[in-house]
Every structure is written in structure tokens, then in C-alpha cells.
Design a binder for this molecule. Sequence first.
Ligand code: FAD
Length: 458
Amino acid sequence: MKYDVVIIGAGPGGIFSAWELMKKAPDLKIAVFESGNPLEKRKCPIDGEKVTSCIRCPSCAIMNGFGGAGAFSDGKYNITNDFGGTLYEYIGRAKALELMHYVDDINMAHGGRGTKMYSTAGSEFKKVCIQNKLKLLNASVRHLGTDINYIVLGNLYNEMKDHMDFYFRTPVDHIRKTENGYEIICGDQVTECDKCIVSVGRSGSKWMEKICQEMDIPTHSNRVDLGVRVELPAVVFQHITDRLYEGKIVYTTEKFEDSVRTFCMNPNGIVVNENTNGIVTVNGHSFEDAAKKTENTNFALLVSKHFSEPFHDSNGYGESIARLSNMLGGGVIVQRFGDLERGRRSTPARIERGSVRPTLNATPGDLSLVLPKRILDGIIEMIYALDKIAPGTANFDTLLYGVEVKFYNMEVVLNSRLENEKYPGMFIIGDGSGVTHSLSHASASGVYVADLIVEEHA
Ligand SMILES: Cc1cc2nc3c(=O)[nH]c(=O)nc-3n(C[C@H](O)[C@H](O)[C@H](O)COP(=O)(O)OP(=O)(O)OC[C@H]3O[C@@H](n4cnc5c(N)ncnc54)[C@H](O)[C@@H]3O)c2cc1C
């Protein structure tokens, strides 16, 4: 088989590359290889009754398949250079923002119209944060919600499926450079292409590392974010979430001067398991549909850990801590903030007595046996700082789920075209490249490289 362009991975990065190529160079022959299932076949077996926790499927329906890790995400497209990745370092701030808005327009044209765009610009809330030693980051946030996000993905797929070949349940094993292009190898099937776009996301991080070793592409890695997911009554944060949807707030701890930040805030949402390479961690999302809203809001509190030489395996460090929580709790652990403060574990009876109803069935336990002291101290300090702007955050019954880990893919050494100098025509984009960590940045990187291919094709 021979294609002009092969795209590896059908997450937001791969999808927006494919969509852009189809629109701007319809004569190009394109194939998309995806290790997971088509959108409609993606189904996590956790039903809350027969299956109550993660059974570690070989291909995680939450992380893999058409839509990538973004398919069941909250669909929050943060249009900003302040967080979500460092795409702007490669392509410039203005271009990065332009492409994020472009992606937003495509989402609006495919079922997103009517969803709300929030903005921190000019918010009086900024001042309140500063007065309490907190910093509110700048962003416009389009909240599609898990349900509308799913509809948008379905519409994009329907528009693309007759214009290119999708190969689902087809993990790519290797990429080989040929004289004029690349060979994409899946088992004993070899596909030739002139150009390839590699967009394998976080779930493909180990695979990406292997490819970089095989092809001798340099990488670096030194960061992991560790913390907990906080769940509390939605009314506590309502004055913030009604205005901003998601407040990205950063706090510098007094004790260690570590940076702790809120991440992925889900008003009236649910807390969920996430399975990355067999390790169960915690995440969250929420629905746009009023019928699916809960009484709780959840968000992560993450402490960034940067390592210096000679340590290289920041993800390994995060994995070990997540494994510890899996070892003690069989998966994710939940603890009331008050129990943590008192130095005792939460039990099923204590959680039951609490006023916050957990939306995830996690094992009551003790997070102080899992998280390093420095990280836990930072989280506790931030909870008290947040309590000043959202009184009730530091309540006894506030639930903490652990651990939440943001693994950063090692960063592939790339030029301003998102290619490694040694391999022209092989673009490495999205979260798998280490350049992006979000829907909007991953999608924008997909459009960016597709436009480069279109320019050269013209
Ligand atoms: C529960 C959850 C909620 C989230 N909420 C948000 C949010 O609200 N806002 C936000 O900005 N971000 C959110 N994120 C993060 C966001 O989903 C990712 O940043 C985004 O999906 C990255 O896009 P990507 O295309 O780079 O990678 P992915 O979406 O991870 O897609 C990569 C695809 O490549 C496939 N793949 C991997 N290896 C191979 C291989 N060897 N061969 C073939 N295919 C392969 C995978 O199966 C996957 O489908 C959330 C993530 C999760 C898990």
C-alpha cells in the first residue's frame, strides 16, 4: 500500500491534521492508523454495578480510539499560550493562538454552536486572587462538555471517512525511513508513504520513546505533575465557575516555594479513573446536558516536580507513586480533607458520614502513605489559600482522590516545523511530542503541520 500521508493516532492532533489535509489538498491519498476503536465502539466497561472499577483493558476505551484521550474528555478547549503546552515556542505566539481559534471555528461548525466561551480577561476575580497570594492565568475557554464533544467528533468523522482510509485496531509497531519517504509497519503489513504525521498522545508515550530510540531521535524529559483531585459541593466554587467555567489558579508555597496549580475544573462534574500504561490514576469531567450534572465540582491540585541531572525518568517517578496508591487501594484512594489533617485514614463509614457524596467509587484510605511530604504539604497549603477565595474548600468533608498524575511525554527534539532535523517529512505533534498537553494545542499542532504539507504540495 502506498499513501501520500499516513497519520498515526486519531486523537485531536491526528484528526485535525486529517481534516485540514482533506479540505485543502483533497487529492492527497491519506491513511489514518489508530490502535483503538472507532468512536461508536469505544465503551469503558465500568458501569457502576457489575464493573465498579478499572479492569485494565488491553486498549483503554477512555484513552484510545477515534477522538483519542479527548473523546470522553470535558471538551474544554483553552485558547491560550499560558498553559496547555509550549507550541508557541516552535511556531510563535500569534500563530499558535490563530490556529486555536481556527480549531474552535471548526468545532463550532460541527455541532459546537451554542456552547459557551468563557474568558478571564478583565475579571475582577484576578484582583481577589492577587490579594490572596494566588495568580489567575489568562485564557479563553470553550466548554463543549463531554456530550457535545462526542457529537463534534462524530460529525468530523462522518465528513472524513469517505475521503481517506481509517485503519482501527491497527497499532503501528515501527517507522522506517526509506529513500523517498517512510514505511509504516504494523505486524507484517508494510505501508509506504511520502510523509507521516505521528500523533500518538500520552497513551503512546512509551511507544514514542521506543521509536525515538530506534530512529536515534534525541529527547529530553524532566517534569511530572503530582497531586490529588479535589471534590466538593459545587456551590463552593460557583461564583468562580459561573463566570470563568474554569479558574486556572497558581499558588507558590511558603514552605518550599513550589508551584501548585488548579487543573481541569469540572463544575457539577464527575471524578473518573484513568488508566495509563496499566496504572490507575484519577481524572474528571462534566457534561453540558443539565440532566447529567451532579451536585459536586471537582478539580486537580498539582505540584510540578522538575528534576535535574543525572535523573532522567520523571515519568517513572510519577508512576512509582501512582503504583503505590494502586498497591494500597487496589486503584484510586479517597480521603476526606479532615481525616488527612487529623493524620488518620478515611474509612467507608467516615466517607458515608461526610456531607460530600463521592462521584467515583474509590477505596477510602490515607493519602499521606502515598504522596511525598513535600507534595502533600504544598497541596494542604493551597487548599487553605483557596479557602480564602472560595470559603468551604478546606472543609472537613472535602474529598481528595489520589493520585492524579500528569505525565509529560519526553520532549522530542524538533525544529519549528515540528520535524526532527534528521527526518524531514516526519512530523511529530500533539501530546506524544511533549510539545502539547491539551486539546486545543494538540489540535492546533495538527492543523499547523497539515498546512506545511499542503504548501509543499501546491
Ligand atoms: C479524562 C480526560 C479528560 C481530559 N480533559 C481535557 C480537557 O477538558 N481539556 C483539555 O485541553 N485536555 C483534556 N484532556 C487531555 C486531552 O485529551 C489531550 O491533551 C489530547 O487528547 C491530546 O491529543 P493528541 O491527539 O495529542 O493525543 P491523544 O488524544 O492521546 O490521541 C492519540 C491517539 O493515538 C493512538 N495511538 C497511540 N499509539 C499508537 C500507535 N502506536 N499506533 C496507532 N495509534 C496509536 C491512541 O490510541 C490515541 O487514540 C483530558 C484527558 C483525559 C484522559
